[in-house]
Design a protein around this ligand. Structure first.
Ligand code: SAM
Length: 235
């Protein structure tokens, strides 16, 4: 997968790409990130990419020219004419596991990160194909939202996780929240791991895990629980 990120703060991405599973996935060439710095497309000598808001008010707004130049030249250079431009914005559709699955099936992504108060609406009207929010709260910029998208998408790509079963049994993927997990020691500070998990009886273990997942989902996420019950009734 090829991921193009349009950002004024490319250095923010070094942390996630240089550690853990994503670092290994980069080394395995499961995906490649291209960071495109909006500032390189600013034409004036101060490399100004933002300006005051017409009509007044607090906060700076990304100017249209550098972002238009950046996106148009990235699309041309990397042959991305058919690739949707995805803007990270609080006004977008809420990111979810089904969306992560859908994005993981694409070969190329273009993620546009806002910053400051926002961006000139003409950028959104003319260049953006879809808008994604990672939740009902405000970040300083779209970079962290883009990182959430990259992380949740890349772990679904073939070969990235050592055991793909790990991804397909995660919360949301199964239609439920995950069940509790235990590892050694069997007793820690007087707290014993559930006996059934050490029984070797796989049918019983699966039954216990399913019951736990259903109960946790019922208590914590009645919305997801309701959908699960409806899908069980449909089967
Ligand atoms: N004025 C904007 C508003 O009220 O919706 C908030 C701007 S925010 C401080 C700066 C940038 O961070 C946004 O342009 C967007 O790219 C990104 N951002 C902030 N919160 C986000 C969220 N929940 N999901 C995705 N991107 C977000």
């Amino acid at each position: 997968m090829e991921i193009h990120i349009i950002t004024a703060f490319p250095n923010m991405f070094s942390g996630i790409l240089d550690e853990s599973i994503l670092r290994r996935a980069v080394q395995q060439r499961a995906f490649k990130v291209h960071l495109h710095d909006i500032r390189h497309y600013a034409k004036d000598k101060h490399q100004q990419i933002d300006d005051y808001s017409y009509g007044g008010g607090a906060g700076m707004i990304f100017k249209p020219e550098p972002i238009f130049d950046c996106i148009e030249s990235v699309i041309k250079e990397h042959d991305l004419a058919d690739v949707p431009v995805t803007l990270l914005t609080p006004a977008g559709d809420t990111w979810s596991q089904p969306k992560a699955v859908e994005f993981s099936l694409r070969n190329k992504l273009i993620l546009l990160c806002g910053h400051y108060k926002g961006m000139d609406q003409r950028i959104i009207d003319e260049l953006v194909d879809e808008e994604i929010s990672i939740g009902d709260y405000i970040l300083t910029g779209g970079e962290i939202a883009a990182m959430c998208i990259i992380d949740s998408v890349v772990r679904l790509l073939p070969g990235v996780l050592n055991d793909i079963d790990s991804a397909v049994t995660d919360s949301f993927q199964t239609g439920l929240l995950d069940h509790p997990h235990y590892t050694r020691p069997e007793v820690f500070r007087g707290l014993a791991a559930p006996k059934v998990l050490l029984s070797g009886n796989h049918a019983e273990i699966e039954k216990w895990r399913m019951e736990q997942a259903v109960e946790i989902t019922r208590k914590r996420r009645p919305d997801i629980y309701q959908k699960f019950i409806e899908s069980e009734n449909d089967d």
